[in-house]
Design a protein around this ligand. Sequence first.
Ligand code: NAD
Length: 350
Amino acid sequence: MKVAVIGCGTIANSAHIPSYMNNKDAEIKYFCDIIPERAEEAVKKYGCGIAVTDYKEVLADPEIEAISVCTPNKAHSEITIAALEAGKNVLCEKPAARVYEDALKMQEAQHKHGKVLNIGVVNRFNYNVNKMKEIIDAGELGEIYHVYVSFRSHRSIPGLGGAFTDKSIAGGGVTIDWGVHFFDIVMYCCGDPKVKTVSAETFSKLGNPMEEYVYTSMWAGPPQYDGVCTVEEGVTGIIRTEGPVINFNGAWAQNIGENEMFIDFMGTKGGIRLQYGKEFTLYSTKNGMLTKTTFDTTPQDMFQNEIDSFVKCVQTGEKLPSHIDTNIITAEMMGAIYQSAETHKEVVLG
Ligand SMILES: NC(=O)c1ccc[n+]([C@@H]2O[C@H](COP(=O)([O-])OP(=O)(O)OC[C@H]3O[C@@H](n4cnc5c(N)ncnc54)[C@H](O)[C@@H]3O)[C@@H](O)[C@H]2O)c1
């Protein structure tokens, strides 16, 4: 199966490209990046493919069956919709789009053209997350009535002044960048409960003025002081659903001692703390005793699982848990979080 990678930056080089290279059914025919050197560098590094700068050239090639969209958020919807119209199958990095309305247009295009559209909600391909979901589905937590989500870092604003902190490119800050993964895990594991209301506040306190932000290292860096920081670095709020109440506290940067990256699922029979990207612990009772069980498995490459599943589903037509239909809800939730923060009012959905 001939594939193309659009956008040859960090996630393409750390996850998509190596995973396609390891997949015996896939062959990368194009590396596409608006920065020509990045596409050329990929051709040299991986020893295959053609370097191009215009994704439309890729879409015009009838041999291409599938593409990965690994560009900044702003370009996700345009490239994805054009690819679906051209009859290509798409794996688009998360978040689906910069704003909810664009995510809806992507979903519409998928329904109209019938090709695959999966979003890069890679935790759905994480073994620990799936093991945890199995335990929840088996009823071991009883009724999950409350979920607490913490995605907080001490100093982790990415590439200050670049694409990640420019609202016109990224659509938002930590909510859309990290929150999307956490909300997706919650919805996936709690059976996609209908969302009723969203109330949130966002914070932009530490990223401006940019020169005064103190840090030791910066991913997606270095700072570009001629750019802007127009997104939130912090967020908090509460979401009422027909299932659990979800409250959350997220920050790329916050004056706290250490990173706090976890989700607590609180149920009537038991609770689980998932350490993001790591193990989880089940707290319960048995024969009148309190029990604590930690599940951890041999680390698996969830990105490899994601790409392998994508390649397979293009061949079989199987609908994966990362299909646009399953995560349009998180796009809607994030849209409501931003709306609530802007208006300082609760947003009622549905
Ligand atoms: N799944 C994950 O855990 C995860 C992790 C990191 C990033 N991401 C997502 O991946 C996307 C890219 O992030 P990144 O960190 O790799 O960014 P990056 O800036 O390192 O790479 C993006 C690349 O896209 C190129 N590009 C921009 N517009 C383009 C266009 N129209 N056509 C072709 N190329 C274009 C840029 O020149 C750049 O090389 C973002 O949406 C981000 O949210 C997901």
